[in-house]
Write a protein that binds this ligand. Structure first.
Ligand SMILES: Nc1ncnc2c1ncn2[C@@H]1O[C@H](COP(=O)(O)OP(=O)(O)OP(=O)(O)O)[C@@H](O)[C@H]1O
Ligand SMILES: [Mg+2]
Length: 297
């Protein structure tokens, strides 16, 4: 973030040429949604490990210093790998806690400095930085949203979750207007545009989609289609509802590790594990991360 404008500093002139091996600045992938428990940390860890396993160097910044789910996930991974003599690829992790300074001006300046410092410490070492935001509106979270190259917002397939993106008429299911979180992203986009002319690819991830409630799914899809046009987001499929995600957390493993780890507790890979891993691969592909695409080209 060389211009200290809370962006990843990736102006057009800085974009890597198709031939170069490394982007000059790491790609910022920010997991954000002001709703708690939508799957941000779980998805963040799966994206991190999927990229690590493809050979990319990945840094993480945990902005949820109260829960520290992503950091704990990584700590569990380290313990599991030592205990089981497994070599698991690891990201370089950082945590930026909220400021303890009294006045909001001082606290914001302090948080901005520490967020920039974390970015600058990681930038020369990694290809991508994955930032996990808390499930609430904080200044640090807003800084991260402005710096995002790809913003990933997991939502569950329900109108409760969609309420954060848009106000929907309960009878017609038509979008009446944007909601708080969508307005926050809109402001982040404006700040980003002013800072370095950069854009934020906003990807809404439909997480934990079950096979039930087909009618509800259809309605959610209609609303998301409308939002695609109205507030500039695109939506993709995320992770299915699976008990295994809870079990993986305790071991610090992801679906991308199960083959090497011999399955969960050495039980081998089940058909369901393979299908779930495929879901993660599709998710990462659908993010259309430019550094992966230029490598594939
Ligand atoms: N696809 C899924 N299937 C089943 N359980 C899931 C799935 N995704 C997440 N979970 C579980 O739901 C809980 C919340 O997930 P997670 O911590 O990733 O959400 P979050 O958005 O980061 O929450 P917070 O806003 O509190 O930080 C965790 O117990 C996690 O294991
Ligand atoms: Mg979390």
């Amino acid at each position: 973030m060389p211009d200290s404008n809370m962006t990843s500093g990736q102006s057009k002139d800085d974009q890597p040429s198709a031939k170069s091996q490394q982007p000059k600045w790491p790609h910022m992938i920010v997991l954000g949604n002001e709703k708690g428990g939508s799957g941000k940390s779980t998805t963040a860890m799966h994206i991190v490990v999927a990229l690590l396993r493809e050979g990319y160097r990945v840094g993480t910044i945990d902005l949820d210093a109260r829960q520290k789910s992503l950091t704990r996930y990584i700590e569990n991974r380290r313990s599991y790998s030592t205990k089981n003599s497994l070599t698991l690829p690891m990201p370089t992790e950082m945590v930026v806690p909220r400021s303890k300074l009294r006045t909001s001006d001082e606290a914001e300046a302090d948080e901005k400095t520490r967020f920039e410092a974390a970015y600058m410490a990681l930038a020369p070492e990694v290809d991508a930085i994955v930032v996990d935001c808390p499930g609430s509106d904080t200044y640090l979270s807003r800084l991260a949203h402005t710096a995002a190259d790809t913003l990933v917002t997991p939502v569950n397939d329900s109108f409760v979750d969609l309420d954060l993106l848009a106000r929907v008429n309960p009878d017609t299911h038509k979008v009446v207007g944007p909601s708080l979180y969508a307005e926050m992203v809109w402001k982040a986009r404006q700040r980003r545009q002013v800072a370095d002319g950069g854009t934020i690819d906003w990807v809404v991830l439909r997480n934990r989609v079950g096979s039930l409630h087909a009618k509800n799914k259809e309605r959610v899809e209609l609303v998301l289609n409308e939002l695609t046009k109205r507030i500039g987001l695109r939506y993709i499929s995320g992770l299915g509802e699976r008990v295994i995600y809870r079990e993986l957390f305790l071991r610090g493993l992801t679906l991308m590790d199960l083959k090497e780890a011999g399955g969960l507790d050495g039980k081998g890979l089940s058909m369901s594990n393979v299908a779930a891993r495929q879901e993660v691969r599709r998710l990462v592909d659908a993010l259309a991360l430019p550094f992966r695409q230029s490598k594939a080209a």
